[in-house]
Design a protein around this ligand. Structure first.
Ligand code: G3P
Length: 216
């Protein structure tokens, strides 16, 4: 399972890259707005830092298929052809995905709440489908189970797509998906740092954990 950072604060990204084995960065309009900077300024800085080959996922903002395709072209022009274009899994989104598939673009279908949305997105040409684990939990369903279900649907239908699980509240949700072997998970810095919580009774931090290993 790839582990991706769901944030756009460059200092947080640099800190996580320094210590953790991560595979890229995902963003969305809310995450970009939280930096208080111009979206393409921060995105270009992220691209330059993580390198041309790393995964960078950037969301369209248009509401129509034509507008989404236009947004996708701008994203590719500014940040590189290999940038994953995040497209909401709605009717206009599926239409945009089908057009972008013919162009060979990399698409991440986002805002997924049901397995059927993911199935349609994969058939429309998305490389990743992003179910929102915690938001699904908050609706009274089981986000982890739905992500696992989507993974199985992709494999059982020989669809060339992977799950990119998003919206995590804690490391347990992430661990259950790693155990299942889904394609990728993207989490906020807070959740990534919480992956290293060693024991509920032990303070986090390197020295506490090293002392515990050495039985100091
Ligand atoms: O990548 C989608 C994610 O940013 C949504 O997370 O925590 O707002 O549900 P959250």
């Amino acid at each position: 399972m790839k582990l991706i950072i769901d944030d756009a604060h460059i200092e947080q990204i640099k800190k996580i890259y320094k210590y953790y084995p991560v595979d890229g960065v995902t963003t969305n309009p809310t995450i970009l707005a939280a930096t208080g900077r111009k979206p393409y300024d921060i995105l270009k800085e992220i691209r330059e830092f993580i390198g041309a080959a790393a995964e960078l996922h950037v969301q369209v903002i248009a509401r129509t298929a034509e507008g989404m395709v236009e947004d996708a072209h701008r994203i590719q022009k500014e940040l590189g052809k290999n940038t994953f274009v995040k497209i909401p899994s709605v009717e206009e989104g599926f239409r945009a995905m089908k057009i972008l598939k013919t162009e060979g673009a990399f698409v991440t279908a986002t805002a997924i709440y049901t397995p059927m949305q993911a199935f349609l997105a994969a058939k429309a040409g998305a490389s990743y489908a992003a179910p929102y684990i915690n938001r699904i939990d908050n609706m009274g369903y089981d986000g982890v189970a739905i992500a696992q279900h989507i993974h199985d649907i992709f494999r059982n239908n020989n669809l060339n797509a992977n799950v990119l699980a998003a919206s995590f509240k804690n490391s347990q949700q992430l661990l259950e998906l790693a155990e299942y072997g889904i394609g990728a998970a993207t989490a906020s810095p807070h959740v990534i740092f919480s992956l290293l919580t060693y024991s509920p009774r032990l303070k986090t931090g390197d020295s506490a954990i090293i002392n515990q290993c050495l039985k100091i």
